[in-house]
Ligand binder design. Structure first.
Ligand code: PLP
Length: 255
């Protein structure tokens, strides 16, 4: 139970006992059929786990924080009441959020919401209630143009992302246990890969030598340690290939 600010929160599933190494299956959720909505986060960036199928919520509207996998692959928006995504991972610069909301959900907006969170107010004002971050929006138009014209659409983007994550997990899985992936295979995120080395000393050495060779940002999230590679859309296949070669070399030199 989280501190309540705007209403009761009922947690339908908690992955803590497995150290968040997988997403739940729909039949594990303790759903409340009278809930206003079911909230889930489609991709979890710290441990590197992702839903590849929406949780079945029955008649309860589905609300999703898609901040870290929005535009990484196609999604069918039909089952959702609301999707929101911070722009800063795959969409554009920080400081913006994309919101896709169903009309009947807008109609349910309570009157007491602060303007910042009031999607009814935003919709009524064509998303121009406040001065919009014009430069950021321009950058989003360049990113979406790149996705459509250079990449060839989200199907192609997904194929590239699957290729990248496949290369990296192959390097991990074929290391005879030297590198250990955190997430279970069925929940492996396409965006974030968390892994460990045999000990923390080697992890430190790995991160520092990787940084020195131009492979930056491999330190795991401060809350869990270890290593983490983020493979957002902007990371090219060649970047992952370079990382995999570095990992094989590091293992040879340090085992
Ligand atoms: C990246 C991310 C956040 C963090 O966003 P900040 O703007 O850095 O606070 C929160 N939730 C999800 C699902 C994310 O992917």
């Amino acid at each position: 139970m989280k501190p309540k600010k705007f209403g009761e929160v009922h947690t339908v599933w908690n992955g803590k006992s497995d150290n968040y190494n997988r997403m739940p299956k729909s039949d594990e959720l303790e759903l409340n059929p009278d809930a206003a909505y079911l909230h889930f986060t489609s991709n979890e960036t710290i441990q590197g786990i992702e839903f590849f199928e929406e949780p079945a919520s029955g008649n309860v509207p589905l609300v999703c924080d898609a901040s870290s996998d929005f535009l990484s692959r196609p999604i069918d928006v039909t089952p959702y009441g609301l999707i929101y995504a911070g722009a800063q991972k795959n969409v554009g610069p920080s400081g913006m959020a994309v919101v896709i909301i169903r009309d009947d959900m807008i109609a349910r907006s309570p009157e007491n919401l602060p303007a910042l969170l009031d999607y009814k107010l935003m919709a009524e004002n064509d998303s121009l209630y406040n001065t919009p971050p014009t430069f950021g929006i321009y950058m989003v138009s360049l990113v979406t143009e790149w996705l459509l014209e250079d990449i060839g659409g989200l199907d192609k983007m997904e194929a590239i992302n699957r290729k990248k994550v496949g290369l990296l997990y192959d390097a991990i899985d074929q290391s005879d246990g030297y590198y250990r992936g955190h997430s279970l295979p069925e929940s492996r995120s396409l965006m974030n890969v968390s892994f460990r080395l045999p000990n923390e000393e080697l992890e430190k050495k790995f991160i520092s030598e990787a940084t020195a060779s131009g492979l930056d940002g491999l330190k795991g999230h401060r809350s869990v340690g270890g290593c983490r590679a983020s493979l957002y859309n902007a990371m090219p296949v060649e970047g992952v290939e370079t990382l995999c070669s570095f990992m094989r070399e590091f293992q040879q030199n340090n085992s």
